[in-house]
Design a protein around this ligand. Structure first.
Ligand code: NAD
Length: 256
C-alpha cells in the first residue's frame, strides 16, 4: 500500500456525486483524508457511502465553470474543513457532437466546464498548499487525447488542454512542495457513459462497451475502481517526486 500521511488532511473532489468522482472520493476517504464532495448535483449518496465506511465527508454544491461559484466553494470548504491539501479536478462533461453539429456556444460551454474549471479551482485551492509547502493537484484528462475519434473535437481539445495545464502548473509549483499530475481514463462504465446505452440500468456491461474494450491490451470494460488506486498513489507520500505527468489508465489502449 502507498504511504499516506493523511491525518488531518482534506481532499476536495469535484464531480463527486457519481461515477469516477464518487470512486475517487470513497478511496481517498479510505486512505484517511476528510473529503469535500463538490458537485453541481447533490452528493448525498456518496456522503452516505463514505460515512457507512467510517470516513468523513461534507457536501458542497458548485458549478466549477463559474468563478463566483468556485469562490463561494473555497470560502465554504475553508470555513467547514479548514484547508485543502489534495485537489481532484474530476468534474467534466462529454457530449457527443460531430463537427458539423458543434456550435460555438457548445464549444465555449464544454471548454468552460472541462478546462476553465481547472484554472479556477487551482487558483482557489493552491495558495494554502503553497503556504504549508505540501499539496497535490490531480486533474482528470482522457485517453481520447491519445486515440482521437470523431464527434468529440471540443472534448479532445479540452483534455489536451488539461494535459498541457498539468505540465505548466507542475513547473510553477514544483519548488513549493506541490505536485500536479493528470490521470487519463479509457472508456469507463459510469452513469454518464451508461446514460447513452440502450439500457442504462443493465447490470451487464453493454455490448458496445465490451466491443470497444477489445482494442485494449486488457480487454474488459473499465470500472471507476480501476482508476482509484492510481489516484491514491498520486495523492500519497510515495508520489512526492512525480509531477507534470499524465498516467494513462485505460487497460493499455494508448501505449506511449
Ligand atoms: N467515463 C468515461 O468513460 C471517461 C473517460 C475518460 C475521461 N472521463 C472523465 O472523467 C470525469 C468523470 O466522468 P464520469 O464518467 O464519472 O462522469 P459522470 O457524468 O458520470 O459524472 C460527472 C459528475 O460531474 C458533475 N458535474 C458536471 N458538470 C459540473 C459542473 N459544471 N460543476 C460541478 N460538477 C459538475 C456531474 O453532476 C456528475 O456528478 C470527466 O472529467 C470525464 O471527462 C470519463
Amino acid at each position: 500500500m502507498a504511504k499516506h500521511n493523511s491525518e488531518g488532511k482534506v481532499a476536495v473532489v469535484t464531480g463527486a456525486a457519481q461515477g469516477i468522482g464518487r470512486a475517487y472520493a470513497l478511496r481517498l476517504a479510505e486512505e484517511g483524508f476528510a473529503i469535500a464532495l463538490a458537485d453541481i448535483a447533490e452528493s448525498s449518496e456518496t456522503a452516505r457511502q463514505i460515512s457507512a465506511a467510517g470516513g468523513a465527508a461534507e457536501s458542497f454544491r458548485v458549478d466549477v465553470s463559474d468563478e463566483s461559484s468556485v469562490s463561494q466553494l473555497r470560502g465554504d470548504v475553508l470555513a467547514t474543513l479548514g484547508r485543502c491539501d489534495v485537489l481532484v479536478n474530476n468534474a467534466g462533461v462529454y457530449p457527443f457532437q460531430l463537427w458539423d453539429e458543434i456550435e460555438y456556444a457548445d464549444w465555449r460551454q464544454l471548454i468552460s466546464v472541462n478546462l476553465d474549471s481547472m484554472f479556477l479551482m487551482a487558483k482557489a485551492f493552491t495558495p494554502g498548499m503553497r503556504e504549508r509547502r505540501w499539496g497535490r493537484v490531480i486533474n482528470q484528462a482522457s485517453d481520447v487525447f491519445g486515440i482521437v475519434i470523431k464527434g468529440v473535437a471540443h472534448y479532445t481539445a479540452s483534455k489536451g488542454g488539461v494535459i498541457g495545464f498539468t505540465r505548466a502548473l507542475a513547473t510553477e509549483l514544483g519548488d513549493q512542495g506541490v505536485t500536479v499530475n493528470a490521470i487519463a481514463p479509457g472508456l469507463t462504465r459510469t452513469p454518464g457513459t451508461m446514460s447513452r446505452q440502450p439500457d442504462p440500468h443493465s447490470v451487464e456491461d453493454p455490448e458496445e462497451m465490451v466491443a470497444f474494450a477489445q482494442g485494449q491490451a486488457i480487454p474488459r470494460v473499465e470500472q471507476p475502481e480501476d482508476l482509484a488506486g492510481v489516484l491514491a498513489f498520486l495523492a500519497s507520500e510515495d508520489a512526492s517526486f512525480v509531477t507534470g505527468q499524465t498516467i494513462w489508465v485505460d487497460g493499455g489502449l494508448v501505449r506511449v
